[in-house]
Design a protein around this ligand. Sequence first.
Ligand code: DHE
Length: 541
Amino acid sequence: VIAYLQAPPGAAEAVVTEAPTAAPSEAAPTLSDDEFAWAKLVYFERCAGCHGTLRKGATGPALTPDRTIPLGTVGLSTIIYNGTSRGMPDWGKQGFFTKEQIEVLARFLQREPPAPPELPMERMKASWKMYVAPDQRPTAPQTKRNWQNYFVVTLRDAGQVAVIDGDTYEVVSKVDSGYAVHITRMSATGRYAYVIGRDGKLAMIDLWTETPAKVAEVQVCYDARSVEVSKYNGPEGDFTDKLAVVGCYWPPHFVILDGQTLEPIHIVSTRGYTVDTMEYHPEPRVASIVASDFKPEWIINVKEIGQIWLVNYANPRAPQIKMLPAARFLHDGGWDATHRYFLVAANQSNKVAVVDAQEGRMVALVDTPKIPHPGRGANWVDPEFGPVWSSGHLGDPAIVSIGTDPEGHPNVAWKAVRVTPLPGAGSLFIKTHPNSKWIWVDMTLNSDPALARTICVIAKENPAEPHTCWEASSYGRAVHFEYNAAGTEVWVSIWGDASKPGETGEIVVYDDATLTEKARIPNLVTPTGKFNVYNTVHDIY
Ligand code: DHE
């Protein structure tokens, strides 16, 4: 992928066999080879997540020459510099790029997108490394630490994860992982952490050793966001710690792997037809994935075509797939408190789709405020409406709560029953715990720097408005919450700037009962997601 990213215009096609080739646009401005290589790399790192590798649009609009040439270099530069109210970051104002760099990007966007390479099994296997074979690993935990209360923390710009002891706040180890790790999920026993980088590299860390370290790694995509494990143990077999699955943005596919060794087993393409207009989409990306407790099944969300795939992994070389029609732009989501229903945001459709994992069917499409972004959501009991699942929003200063109890509260099941206002929009994550009386929410992507580092808590007893909000730091952005295993502490990341000593980032630990600060874990490089072993294994949120 480095060769592809660094190649001059036209050279990428040499390694591509099936993807469309890039034709030059007559009306588009030109770039030197160096400018093109730089812009291609920057687009892949900063822009492809929202606008798509092929620039067909996703969370952000399409950036194909038919749209970008009419805007011209000046129009595009203005947008890249200032951002938009729809959520485009103000890259220029924030100082990420100079005016000259922005102008190069604006010219690049008017050219046809270069075709990215595919990734066949042979190349995946060539990247596969096993550092410690399963029979060389300990058969019982070697550490005396309470490893089930470890937090695996993404250190985004360091290309590492930190394993932090949730009892002592000590950094037990820092493990080199893929570039800009996105999420971590644990094996069903909690023993292994599976860490997926934006570059599609999957690392497997053994948490039983004294110093947790990588036991295997493999690259199965060039661009990825999700990973999950097999959790089912029942009449159809025991799949505990047997399989893993990675969802890719590019190439558009998911890959089933051996959960003990990370050897890739099977690739399934997600290219297909959109749920509504039935148009062919060349780049339907794999968004969130969850593992069912009821069946040997993963729920895989295929973003741009708006289909939720129920993938039965009982025979991983011949998976059975049921494709449920939902709504376009499926993104992030989580289970309800019973783990029978899965709720997922169709973000740019302003909807939440609900699946019944036990019966394997769509239950509802619920309208929400603008751009729901739940992370995995928050399950709690509303004093008026009973059990609900809540999501924040990127586009509206609001939390929506959806009734999730069709038996006890049939009148409000799968309806948006409550909207709790927030001081601002730009919320990325929301979290609670069954033992807590609070719901925690951030506003990480708010364009006001003070709101971006502000967090709010809502009292479950009185959810009409936030109980209190405060700035969690004097710099950076506050992002993502995680509870400790006992549900008594909440950890919040301060996502700083890797290039500013003293402001690279830290984690703030709050006492959940009193909302007071207990500790800070300092000097972390751009911490974002945090995944507590116990809570991740048991899907507690
Ligand atoms: Fe994420 C989850 C995609 C930007 C931090 N992110 C997810 C999931 C998807 C996704 C599909 C669900 C995975 C799952 O549950 O299986 N994220 C994307 C993007 O496409 C997007 C919008 C743009 C991009 O270029 O990547 C994006 N995400 C971000 C960030 O900027 C964040 C804040 C910091 C970062 O590290 O990049 C970020 N995303 C996270 C985190 C989760 C996540 C912490 C897991 C939340 C959880 O509690 O499970």
